[in-house]
Design a protein around this ligand. Structure first.
Ligand code: DC
Length: 208
């Protein structure tokens, strides 16, 4: 069974994907981590974030070390990821890895922006997870505070809105729900309630 979970930054899709993977005993791929790893490599190499060649080279040569870099969740890395993810060559370089992961025997859970539309249009169940931008900003601020990092909620909201725009407006694989995706708005849902709603969607999709 392949489960595709897409949605904007801090919508809760990562938490949901991890819980679903555990529940169904499936491997999980956070596809955003691939783009973050590319962005992080450019930051570390002090390369220009608009340097398409450097970004494509990084995408083609990602290592396990890049994917486990402790700085992957940093705000600056998220911003860099959003920039490099608009480059067609970067997306092309990461495509096969994601498709192979999804099509392994038994299936997988993948979360990202284009899993249901580009990576796995054939997924058995597709969820598009959203939440109001203010709520996503608050969640992100709480996450940073829990890690002991400073969190300016207003600035985080501005960053989230800018990232949403960039992810949705890019020409290649823009953030949008697949026609057959089930929309799940988590604005007023606890993690547990979102998990229950997602399971209901998946079980009904699989029965069909
Ligand atoms: O989900 P995230 O915040 O870790 O994603 C980081 C960036 O990577 C995000 O701004 C858009 C990009 N991304 C993408 O373009 N396609 C994906 N499948 C996953 C992430």
């Amino acid at each position: 069974m392949i489960i595709a979970i897409d949605g904007p930054a801090s919508s809760g899709k990562g938490t949901l994907a991890r819980k679903l993977a555990l529940h169904y005993g499936l491997p999980h791929l956070d596809t955003g981590a691939l783009y973050r790893a590319v962005g992080r490599r450019l930051l570390k190499d002090e390369a220009d974030l608009q340097d398409v060649q450097a970004a494509e080279n990084a995408a083609r040569s990602l290592t396990a070390g890049d994917l486990n870099d402790p700085g992957l969740r940093d705000e600056a890395t998220g911003e860099a990821a959003s920039i490099v993810s608009a480059m067609p060559g970067v997306r092309a370089a990461l495509l096969e890895y994601q498709r192979t992961f999804a099509r392994q025997p038994g299936g997988a859970v993948l979360d990202g922006r284009d899993v249901g539309t580009v990576i796995c249009p054939e997924a058995d169940a597709k969820l598009f997870v959203t939440a109001a931008a203010m709520i996503r900003a608050k969640r992100r601020a709480d996450e940073l505070k829990a890690r002991g990092e400073p969190a300016d909620e207003r600035r985080i909201l501005e960053d989230i809105e800018a990232r949403d725009r960039r992810d949705a407006e890019r020409t290649v694989a823009p953030l949008r729900p697949a026609a057959d995706a089930h929309l799940l708005d988590t604005s007023n849902l606890s993690i547990e309630a979102a998990f229950e709603a997602a399971k209901a969607v998946i079980e009904s999709a699989v029965r069909k």
